[in-house]
Design a protein around this ligand. Sequence first.
Ligand code: CA
Length: 698
Amino acid sequence: MFVTRIGIPLRARLAVAATLCFPLLAGAAPADVDAARIINADNTPGDWLTYGRTYSEQRFSPLSLINADNAKQLGLAWYANLETNRGQEGTPLAIDGVLYVSTAWSIVKAYDGNSGRLLWSYDPLVPRAKGVEGCCDFVNRGVAAWNGKIYVATFDGRLVALDAATGKPVWSVYAVDQGGHYTLTQAPRIAHGKVIIGSSGAEYGIRGYISAFDAETGKRVWRFYTVPGDPSKPFENKAMEMAAKTWSGEWWKGGGGGSVWDAISYDPDLNLVYFGTGNGVEWNHSVRSAGQGDNLFLSSIVALNADTGEYVWHYQATPGEEWDYDAVQQLMLADLVIDGQPRKVLMQANKNGFFYVIDRATGKLISAKNFINISWASGVDPKTGRPIENPGIRYDLTGKQITMLSGPLGAHTWHAMSYSPKTGLVYIPTQEIPWWYAPSKDYRPYPEGWNLATDSGAAPDFTVQGYLQAWDPVHQREAWRAPHKGPWNGGTLATAGNIVAQGTAAGDFNIYRADTGEALWATPTQSAVIAPPMTYAVDGVQYIAVLVGWGGAYPLMQGVQSAASGNLRNISRLMVFKIGGTASLPPPAPQPKFALDPPPDTASAETVAAGEGLFNQFCAVCHGGGVVSGRVNPDLRASRFLRDDGWFDILLHGGLQNAGMASFGRVLDHDKAAAIRAYVTHRANLDKQTGGNDANIP
Ligand code: CA
């Protein structure tokens, strides 16, 4: 189906503008964004019009009022407290002096960019019990803007168009199928008048897809599945027929996976939409696909015709993947000179540790180089584009526990990177988190939980690292790095002022010289920063804005380890800086005293062991391996419900579902809930004796 962009004639637009009462720019309609405005974004450098500022997703701003010479004079201009002390992963948009911000639980807010005054707030009222159906926190990465509307994808799967002037919904549709484990955390992008949005949920069991909706009406225009369905039914298109040849067994029964949860970019000249796809369901290749085949289009970069959603090309980064190597990381467009030739490229710093440079017209690999010391492959074959796997890395075949670098948390994941055409460097929030994997014994699919057929965890006795890494994509080598305390730091921003900005998990916000990495300025943020900063200008003043707030997969799963990144407490805020800013944060409330006072550890070893297995299956992904929380969810070792039968009401009957703790009554009974409590009590007693880790109460 070919659908042309629906636009409002200029006269009608002016009429709309005249009827609006908007506080900042009389006569200009709020969020009056169209394709020409995004394509010509450098003509209005004070704006940040789409998730990565431009269609290139470079996160480079031509603004230079804040620069390497005056960065030392930065200060806080204003801040806004958020009501959700959860992971904040969003990038604000700035359009004509208004900031549009999305926060945890898919709440959207508009602020006056100069004063910080709240203009409106929209809460989609996502049912909190839905939280348990997402792998990695109730986060949201951003909104899109088009023709007077702001678009947000909500955690429970809606795509909502808001009136940019008032925050009132204009239309709302379900962008993913209901009743399964689909969620949405991605920032929508708008190409050719269509809102493009993917799907999350491959750890649970979904069939991934990406869809396009008419920006004016919400009507679905196209959908592209990332993995083939039941081959006894007709394939949706030739791409699915091709993909099905790379699968074995009965993969469609588990959904197949391949969610599209982060990168989307668009080349308006080629009219191609690019996106990355996630891992398979199950992770274990032998269970998922009888150990056979590449499993297209898992862990791939795919290009589609923006108008029709028809397949154009793909590049699969990790064929037959089984280590959660989602290839969804940011897909950055750039024009580079490589070997003396101008090339239109797509760049990705993949979870699997390779930095890919790809011809974005054809999908052909130009170069690939590991940007961390990976253990799973010795390189990428330049002829075939396939990784050269090291022996013994496929745990499904060896049946043994293997340790890998990188792991499922990625050498780089959703924390956005930036690129400066001035320095020619890409600024990557890089991390090294080794992980072990083994086939699950006696695996059977669970409709309520993760379906990996893989046991895994952070590899003990290995050092974790996190650093800002400046990478030369032409020569595929590191230019400089700035070390941090640990992994899971913020995304990055590069500007024409020769600066790179990044917040850290240790609770500070930093400015570096873009060419050398020299640290120029830092300020405490009181809480961890994982979101990428952005910059904008109003009335001749340049600002840098960043969301503060700790969360996401790493602290949810790895409480002990993530504490080493330096996170001290969890406060969610929007912070905005300018040269000469004199605002200050209120002093943080005293940290609550964390005291372990569990009831006696009286359960049998058998019960505790059974409880440990159940905890690892249903609880650990949110409450932390070893029952040590990472300051996002409550630390159950200190729960008063260890002494109180409210425990059963919560686990089996949804007693705290309005706080985000869903009922597990469909998969647990009283005995199982009691076994989990016995295990948690056991862990609390152990840590009370040893002094344990007490740094992680949220
Ligand atoms: Ca994944």
